[in-house]
Design a protein around this ligand. Sequence first.
Ligand SMILES: [Zn+2]
Length: 331
Amino acid sequence: MKSDQRTSTVYLLLLAILLVVVIATVVLSVIVLTRTNEQASQRASCDSVQTTATAATTTQNPSINVTDWRYRSIYHRHRIQVIVLHDTEVPTVEGTVDVLNQRNLSVHYIAGVDGTIYYLVDQTERAYHAGISSWGSHVGLNDASIGIEIVNTGVDIFPDVQVKAVAALCRKIIEKWNISPQDIVAHGDIAPSRKHDVSGWFNWTMFYAEVGLFPGLFVSNITTAQQQSILLSTSANSAVFDANVQNLQQRLSDYGYVSAIDVNGYFDTKTEFVVEAFNRHFCPEFFVKEGLNSSTGDYIPHPENRRWYGISEERLTYLLENTVRDLCAQC
Ligand SMILES: [Zn+2]
């Protein structure tokens, strides 16, 4: 009997030990699981913070704090200040577009001989038509102008319908951008030493009448003899200072040829080119229109176009007295 009791006691003891082991195992498992969950939770939390930070980087850019003070700025104006007229020296619109593209050039409008206007470059875009040029305070007229190519060989008359179409287009541009009358120029005006378009065949008298600018400009108040009298010429003596030449240079500069002419009192080559450009534009009565040399195909230069006539003086005086205003003053 005693032996049976001992055996039972041993069994109980073993059972107790087993129970303790099981309980300890369960407790340890719970502890381990709890810690694992806590760590996972912490990692998840960190990831969450990181995600938030990343989101903050991409979505919370520093906001641009713009205060509209444009009304505080007074001295500014839109970019488009000048209209530049060209002739194509190419007889067709299609040919003109091809030549422009081949030469990496462009123009806002082309006026066909039938008066159709082709719109190629948006007015607000920069077209490449002026090259090295200047007018008034502007240098490099591509930045500040709208260019219009007028289809013409350069040695032919411009049909009236074409001149009127160009005038109607210019009127719209002038009204839209408030362009001043003296800022409607020929390519030859803004680059006198290297360009001679639009040619002397262009009817500026009709053009200005159609646009409604410079009324009476081409009505002369002096006699024909006075108109024809040569006031200044390089043939006199270009090496001698002449106060009258200096005065003329200053007045031409004031009108817009400021960078193309030196106010030095000498009737030099630059002065000749500017005088020629002025006469081509404003003195159609005496400007010898361009012709072609039949053998070379080149323009025939006319030295008499580079003289300063009585009519030139009258026209310049008129222009200087009538261009200090802004078109909007007339609206
Ligand atoms: Zn041109």
